[in-house]
Design a protein around this ligand. Structure first.
Ligand code: NAP
Length: 369
């Protein structure tokens, strides 16, 4: 801990999600960035030199002189937020967990593992109850791994959760229109995406179909039990900088009027709002009634980028209801989501492991001297 603020290390700190982490944590009351890691292209350089800042506004002064390190333990921090590419995330994140660090990951590597929470604090905070088993069976000691879902999945799941809670869901059909920043930097070549729509994002459809059922499922005595509905997803990359749009059709288990559906969505509040977590939006789901909303440019920053916006809510002639939901992919879909996860873990006393153990070790060593 540093002046009672949790010390945060960011893996993949120079990337699109890493820069969002840096930006969102710049004035965080409970967390302070103390370590930054990226590839060997960046290692050994001050962050201000290694990172080409691509977000609106300036790079926060605190991080400019910090030397970028290798994404390997030890790092001078109490918790690790990871935005590494998934092919290297698995080994790196596991080594931090094994070294006693809480790891909160954006990467897909661990998301579907049977002992890893796929956390959206509004929806499944109770899935954290799997952590003692994860620590025990993997021999992580004080460390552990918590993941946040795929960016489009988070945005869709926030709109499905209140409907699933109130009426039950039987089937979901989803079509995404995903921003280019979702592919990282430099991401999709401009000549592929300008004046175009790409109907293929590698692995994305399967992620939406699988992850949604784990998120909205329950943690049984021995394993996660997927929600018992089917999901069909088609994913597209479109010429938008930030903000993923998902057109959703849903079949409910119980009959519900459109007024009840609208009310369920707009009244949705949950654990982060009750706990007043710093990054929690007052209203996770905003419902708009204008014919032409939501739109990425107009709605992605709602609730500081942490709310999703639902519009075009109508009865559907094939399933029961249809709507369009939009959210900020690098905030609610990635960095903001991981920070909210960290805030929930802190509120649950789960970020104290490493520092508490170090404090105890330091005290014990002082006693021996
Ligand atoms: P990105 O812009 O390509 O950034 C990748 C980061 O990882 C950079 O900091 C890069 O460092 C570092 N890196 C790359 N190869 C490395 C290596 N071999 N060793 C150590 N560090 C390495 O990607 P991104 O969009 O931020 O995505 C990061 C992760 O978050 C991915 O797993 C992605 O699937 C996930 N995610 C992204 C979004 C989104 O909207 N973009 C949403 C949800 C989840 P250098 O700069 O030094 O190369």
């Amino acid at each position: 801990m540093s002046n009672n603020r949790v010390r945060v290390g960011i893996l993949g700190a120079t990337g699109m999600v890493g820069q969002r982490f840096v930006q969102l944590l710049a004035n965080h009351p409970g967390f302070v960035v103390t370590a930054l890691a990226a590839s060997d292209r960046s290692q050994g350089k001050p962050y201000g030199e290694a990172c080409t800042w691509r977000l609106v506004g300036d790079m926060p002064p605190l991080v400019r002189p910090m030397v970028v390190q290798s994404p390997q333990p030890p790092l001078e921090c109490d918790v690790v937020l990871s935005s590494l590419p998934s092919d290297i995330a698995r080994a790196a994140e596991e080594s931090f967990a094994r070294a006693g660090y809480p790891v909160i990951s954006n990467a897909s590597s661990f998301r579907m593992d049977a002992d890893v929470p796929l956390l959206i604090p509004e929806i499944n905070a109770d899935h954290l109850d799997v952590l003692p088993r994860q620590r025990r069976e993997r021999g992580f000691g004080d460390g552990y791994i918590v993941t946040n879902p795929n960016c489009s999945t988070i945005i869709m799941a926030l709109a499905l959760a209140p409907l699933h809670q109130r009426f039950g869901i039987e089937a979901v059909v989803a079509t995404t229109l995903q921003a280019v920043s979702g592919a990282g930097y430099p991401g999709v070549p401009s000549l592929d995406v300008v004046d175009n729509v790409l109907p293929f994002i590698d692995g994305e459809e399967a992620k939406m179909e699988r992850e949604t059922r784990k998120i909205l499922g329950r943690l049984g005595h021995t394993a996660f039990e997927d929600a018992a509905f089917v999901v069909s997803a088609q994913c597209h990359r479109v010429n938008v900088a930030d903000g993923h749009t998902v057109a959703v059709r849903v079949k409910l288990c119980k009959r519900a009027s459109i007024t009840e559906v609208r009310e369920a969505l707009s009244a949705y509040r949950s654990v982060p709002q009750e706990l007043r977590l710093h990054s929690a939006p007052e209203r996770p789901v905003i419902v708009r009634d204008e014919n032409d909303r939501p739109q990425p440019r107009l709605d992605r920053d709602t609730g500081g980028g942490m709310s999703v916006t639902v519009g075009r809510l109508f009865p559907d002639s094939v399933l029961d209801y249809r709507f369009v939901v939009l959210g900020h992919n690098t905030i609610r879909g990635a960095a903001g989501a991981a920070i909210l996860n960290a805030e929930l873990l802190q509120a649950r006393g789960l970020l104290e492991g490493k520092s508490a153990r170090e404090d105890t070790t330091a005290t014990a060593q002082a006693r021996l001297r």
